[in-house]
Design a protein. Sequence first.
Length: 202
Amino acid sequence: MAICQIYLPFIVEFRHNKIRKMAERIGFITSNIYQGTSIAMWKALSEVFRSVSDCSLFILPGGRLNAADDSENMRSMIYDLACRGSLDGIIIWASSLSGFARKSDITRFVREIAADIPAVVIGMDADGIPSVTFDDYSGIRALVSHFIEVHGERRIAFLRGPENHGGAEERYRAYCDALSVHGIAVDNRLVSEPHGWNDGVG
C-alpha cells in the first residue's frame, strides 16, 4: 500500500485541477490487476474515483508491451480504447508495461495516447506530459553502503529485475556504484541474471 500513498496525492491533484474541468471517463492503463503492487494500485484508484460523482474510472489491464506470451499480447488490444472517442483522460502506469519493451517503445506508446487525450504518467519521466516518478537509485545505494559501513559486509548478493525495466536497472546501477565507492569489485557470482518479477513465484 505504501506505493499507492506515494502516487495518489499527485493523481488526486491531477483529478481536481485537470480532469474534473474536462472529463467524465478516465482510464487507467496497467499491465495487470492481479499481481504485486498492481492489486493495491487499482483498488486505491477505485476508492479515489468512487468519491467523485462526475467521473468514472475504466481500468485497462492489457499486459506488458511486446510480451512473449500470446495471451498477454492479446490482452494488449484493450489499449486501443485509450482514445478520445472512448475516454476523456488517461492515467498510464508506464513502468508496469516494461519487461519486454524497450524504454523507447514505451515512450512512443505513451506519446501516441497523450497526443489524443489528456494524460498523466506513472513510473517514467515523459517530457511535456505530467508524470509521477520515484527514486529507485538512492535507497539501494544507501542500503548497500549500510551493509558495508555498519555491518562490515563485503560479499553482498543482488537479485536483478527485468532487463528492460528502468527502475530495476537503476537499482542495479546503485548496487554497482555503492560497491565501487567502497573499493569493492562486482562479483558476478553474487549477481543473478535479469529475471521477470514473477519468476520463482509459488
